[in-house]
Design a protein around this ligand. Structure first.
Ligand code: ADQ
Length: 461
């Protein structure tokens, strides 16, 4: 019998044309489409009073159970603890991080809210797969409510070194809560190592039962690396279609034979956009012969726009792109096209296909699906070149990309030049190797391996 898969994440993305950007949504949706089951989480609606509503809809052979959320709690849980504390700390932004107890209390209360509602829809034979840092206490809270199903957790973002983690006053509680899951999965070996090291400091070396297991309070917790991938064939189809379409054709026409360097990111301080703009500025200064012949198009829709750190990076980028354009622009050319907006996934894949260079240079990233999408969307006969930060999880697999340190402005400027000047034979050779990696470890391998581990866990007594 195939057990029902119940995916749980803070936000549920019910499939529609203009999907919200975000790597988690892309990955979980692929798992739901492939395997069916139920995706549970927040609807996107906040309520001011009364019992928050809940509804279930069916799409693509899967069910989506979405709950509204109390507004008063959301602020401190989502902006306060999840994105004001865990997100910066786990991305090594220790100086942006702050801690306050009311936000931590709200985080726990929000997880109790989800646990209460999830318990109502769970069935005895379900496999439960919880996603990301918003929901770390969920397994413990579900167990307290009588859940006996196997429960797994996947962290989409980096897991920090213990020296960084322990800045958080409640880190021991979070580690203990992670150990309440049956399976805990990470993007890279390094994340897994950091987690196991942190648990060993909390519980002693003896808890490191085996390379893939921890023994905590007499229970076995399986640990592993499950690097998220992309749906290669779907992207090939999307990029083929979209590159023939009106929007991409018009964009290409507007380039008038100039080279296109492309960046696509959520507007987030972890994505290294300031460093990227500075590197492009440096590239234009160091290679004056490229002026008027290369354009950087940066697509970066707003995310978490109500948070101070996010409005600050937005202002900084607006000023910086204005300054760089003012310095280098000519009557018929601006160096940076900065688009603060959302595009349909298919349109993005079309832009990627016609780009000569993909710039993916986060200062820290769990994986980074844009890097993988860029490779999958290329024309194998005339592929563009990926310039990739060593500090993205994706760099562990994509060694054939041009790897850069995003803090090294000169190095990045030279990497852009190297990518633009790269002969077609070398581009093809690198692309072939990268595509091979992508196909061996695509999105189906990701959810298939994680769910197989979850299936192999016997339900606790
Ligand atoms: P994100 O930080 O959201 O994901 P990423 O992995 O790059 O980052 O995924 C972004 C997704 O959103 C991609 O599929 C991309 O195509 C799409 N997207 C980006 N900009 C868009 C735009 N302007 N319009 C529409 N779509 C857009 C988190 C972690 C990552 C990890 C993923 C998945 O931070 O490290 O790779 O989860 O685990």
């Amino acid at each position: 019998m195939t057990r029902r898969l119940v995916s749980v994440s803070n936000r549920v993305s019910i499939p529609r044309k203009q999907a919200a950007p975000g790597g988690l949504a892309v990955g979980v949706l692929a798992a739901m489409k492939a395997r069916g089951g139920l995706w549970f989480g927040w609807s996107g609606e906040l309520t001011d009073e009364g019992e928050p509503g809940m509804e279930v809809v069916r799409r693509h052979g899967a069910s989506f159970a979405v709950t509204d959320f109390p507004r008063e709690l959301f602020e401190r849980y989502y902006y306060g603890f999840s994105n004001g504390m865990l997100w910066p700390l786990f991305h090594y932004f220790v100086e942006t991080f702050h801690y306050d107890e009311p936000s931590w209390d709200a985080y726990l209360e929000a997880n109790r809210f989800y646990a209460d509602r999830l318990t109502r829809v769970l069935e005895a034979d379900d496999l439960v797969w919880v996603h990301d840092y918003h929901l770390i206490p969920l397994a413990r809270l579900l167990r307290e409510r009588g859940a006996r199903q196997p429960i797994g957790f996947f962290l989409h973002i980096p897991f920090p070194h213990h020296e960084v983690l322990r800045c958080l006053p409640v880190h021991e509680q979070l580690l203990a809560d992670l150990c309440a899951f049956d399976v805990v999965g990470f993007q890279t070996d390094n994340d897994l190592r950091c987690f196991r090291d942190a648990v060993a400091r909390l519980c002693g070396e003896a808890c490191l039962a085996g390379p893939d297991e921890l023994r905590v309070d007499g229970r076995i917790v399986r640990t592993g690396v499950y690097p998220i991938g992309v749906d290669v064939d779907a992207i090939v189809g999307e990029s083929d279609r979209s590159s023939q379409g009106e929007m991409v054709r018009r964009m290409v026409a507007s380039l008038t034979d100039r080279k296109l360097v492309l960046g696509v990111d959520r507007l987030d301080y972890s994505k290294g956009l300031v460093e990227r703009f500075n590197a492009f500025d440096r590239f234009l200064q160091d290679h004056p012969e490229r002026r008027g012949r290369v354009s950087l198009m940066q697509v970066a829709p707003l995310s978490r726009a109500d948070m101070r750190a996010y409005s600050a990076i937005r202002e900084q980028l607006e000023q910086l792109s204005g300054r760089i354009n003012g310095r280098h622009a000519e009557a018929d050319w601006v160096p940076i096209r900065y688009l603060n907006r959302n595009f349909a996934h298919e349109s993005l894949m079309g832009f990627m296909r016609v780009a000569d260079v993909g710039l993916v240079t986060p200062v820290r990233d769990g994986m980074n699906l844009v890097a993988k999408e860029f490779i999958a969307s290329q024309d194998p006969a005339d592929p563009g070149v990926l310039v990739l930060s060593r500090l993205a999880g994706a760099a562990c697999e994509l060694g054939e990309a041009v790897l850069v340190n995003p803090y090294d402005t000169h190095g990045m400027a030279e990497a852009i030049e190297q990518a633009i000047a790269m002969p077609v034979q070398e581009r093809r050779r690198r692309h072939e190797g990268l595509l091979d990696v992508l196909r061996r470890n695509d999105i189906h391998a990701w959810h298939g391996k994680f769910v197989a581990t979850l299936e192999s866990v016997a339900s606790p007594e």
